[in-house]
Design a binder for this molecule. Structure first.
Ligand code: UDX
Ligand code: UDX
Length: 471
């Protein structure tokens, strides 16, 4: 088979994955025209904004867009034109957990993927390589192929690849510049392998070839779910141990350090926390649970489900610890929540542990001040409304205030809760915070971020995840 030359790439979905990934491809492959399309006009306008007010916050992203936009990188709402012109199309639309119907609460909603696939079949007048970038259940490529083949025009052939994205938010650009690996799955037919080679040739512009792994389609699809499930499982394991530490007097940081020194385990992803969040971990594990159940493997399903249940338990346990420590009631007490994003260096709030904590504090009738350096205020209101659909937004706004600095959020509070590990929380003038708080002044560190001893010297009563409460 002749290798296919990729001259034009289209990416459907200008979100957290499609946007940064294809912007980096454009920077690294100046000979390829990359067009990122999205149905959401506001998002596209933001990607095109003259002052680079991009729709997502990601360190280093602006520089990437500045370099390539208008040269070989374009953002557009004209989905059909971009599909028609491209040789290779990334499908990077969102695949949320289904909210109703069969598999509600665990299966992935593939409606957007199907819509995008049907659009490709309708619009394409020439052969295309279609690449699943979105995380999808195992064997989705087969459904995509059936749809494409049933609706294609004569002389159009479609080859489907799976190329899951492993970037983490907050470090997306460096992950894309220097990935641990790029995974490409294809059918093991001559045509499938030729399509795979074409995508390999794109990444080979900057990724060492030994890091580009080519595998079968189903292995590639499953590897993405498995990779996220194993990362999340590590966090749930360390969080489960953090509960034992609190009960026994051990220190979770010391335990993690000791475990991580074993080169077989390694030190990364062993930070106990108030719970993992983000758009992927929970969704992908639930997806794996659904897949296991569909394959009549209930024990396997139960094993993975426990990772999510442990995460829910960790969040519940933390908010209970706050209430217990504040003399068993937080009614009418002001709690400052520092951080709302699901992790530092992102403005993304999907599945953020902060949302659950604040909902718990609301139901205890506390007053809550929130400060986050990146999350836009409208997003906070949307999330809080979604978390308590039965409470009118006006009532939520009576209980919750969004502040523009950590100092402002902590004023007149009884307690400070650190929900996201933003570095700037380390540099807060904690003496000033202490002065302005009601006494006794409590700090609850859900991220193992601050120096508890230093804060205790100022006068704070500090509670840290994974450490016993000291008087
Ligand atoms: C991605 C993946 O695609 C998802 O499967 C993975 O698990 C997480 O990361 P992400 O980029 O984070 O999703 O999602 P999002 O930021 O919501 O972006 C998706 C974009 O696709 C949105 O901007 C949406 O408007 C767009 N979209 C959706 C379309 O353009 N067409 C559609 O039919 C549906
Ligand atoms: C994750 C995967 O890391 C990435 O490979 C995949 O492509 C998408 O899903 P992301 O969700 O962006 O990336 O962030 P990640 O850094 O993995 O963090 C996820 C959550 O786990 C965050 O809430 C984070 O705070 C938490 N976490 C992470 C911990 O609580 N402890 C840790 O040690 C690491």
């Amino acid at each position: 088979m002749d290798p296919v030359k990729v001259n034009k790439i289209c990416c459907i979905g200008a979100g957290y994955v499609g946007g940064p990934t294809c912007a980096v491809i454009a920077v690294k492959c100046p000979h390829i025209i990359v067009t990122i399309v999205d149905l959401n006009e506001m998002r596209i306008n933001a990607w095109n904004s003259p002052d680079y007010k991009l729709p997502i916050y990601e360190p280093g992203l602006e520089a990437v867009v500045r370099e390539a936009r208008g040269r070989n990188l374009f953002f557009s709402t004209d989905v059909d034109k971009a599909i028609e012109e491209a040789d290779l199309i990334f499908v990077s639309v969102n695949t949320p957990t289904k909210k109703s119907g069969v598999g509600a609460g665990s299966a992935a909603d593939l409606n957007y993927v199907e819509r995008a696939t049907r659009r490709i079949a309708t619009v394409a007048n020439s052969s295309k390589i279609v690449v699943e970038k979105s995380t999808v259940p195992c064997r989705t490529a087969e459904s995509m192929r059936t749809i494409l083949e049933a609706n294609s025009k004569p002389n159009c052939r479609f080859d489907i690849l799976s190329n899951p994205e492993f970037l983490a938010e907050g470090t997306a650009i460096s992950d894309l510049y220097n990935p641990d690996r790029v995974l490409i799955g294809s059918l093991q037919t001559p045509e499938g392998k030729a399509a795979s080679d074409a995508l390999v040739s794109v990444y080979a512009n900057w990724v060492p070839t030994e890091r580009i792994l080519t595998v079968g389609l189903w292995s590639s699809e499953l590897s993405k779910l498995a990779a996220n499930a194993m990362l999340a499982q590590r966090i749930s394991s360390i969080n489960a141990l953090s509960a034992i530490c609190e009960a026994t007097g051990a220190n979770i940081d010391e335990v993690a350090h000791a475990i991580g020194f074993d080169s077989r385990v390694g030190p990364k992803f062993l930070k106990a926390s108030v719970g993992f969040g983000g758009s992927c971990f929970q969704k992908d594990i639930l997806n794996l649970v659904y897949l296991s159940e569909s394959c009549h493997l209930p024990e396997v399903a139960a094993y993975w489900r426990q990772v999510v249940e442990m995460n829910e338990y960790q969040k519940r346990r933390f908010s209970k610890r706050v209430v217990d420590t504040l003399f068993n009631t937080i009614t009418d007490k002001r709690i400052a929540v520092l951080g709302f994003a699901f992790k530092a260096d992102t403005g993304d709030t999907r599945e953020s542990a902060a949302i659950t904590l604040i909902r718990d504090f609301q139901s205890e009738r506390a007053l809550i001040n929130i400060y986050d350096p990146q999350v836009v205020h409208s997003q906070i209101w949307t999330d809080l409304q979604e978390a308590s659909p039965q409470v009118p937004l006006d009532a939520i706004k009576k209980q919750v205030t969004i502040c523009s600095s950590a100092l402002e959020a902590c004023k007149d509070a009884e307690a400070v809760v650190i929900a996201t590990e933003w570095k700037e929380f380390l540099d807060i003038d904690w003496e000033a915070v202490y002065e302005n708080m009601n006494k006794p002044a409590f700090v609850f560190d859900g991220r193992l971020l601050v120096d508890a001893e230093k804060l205790r010297k100022i006068g704070f009563k500090v509670t840290t995840i994974g450490r016993p409460t000291t008087p």
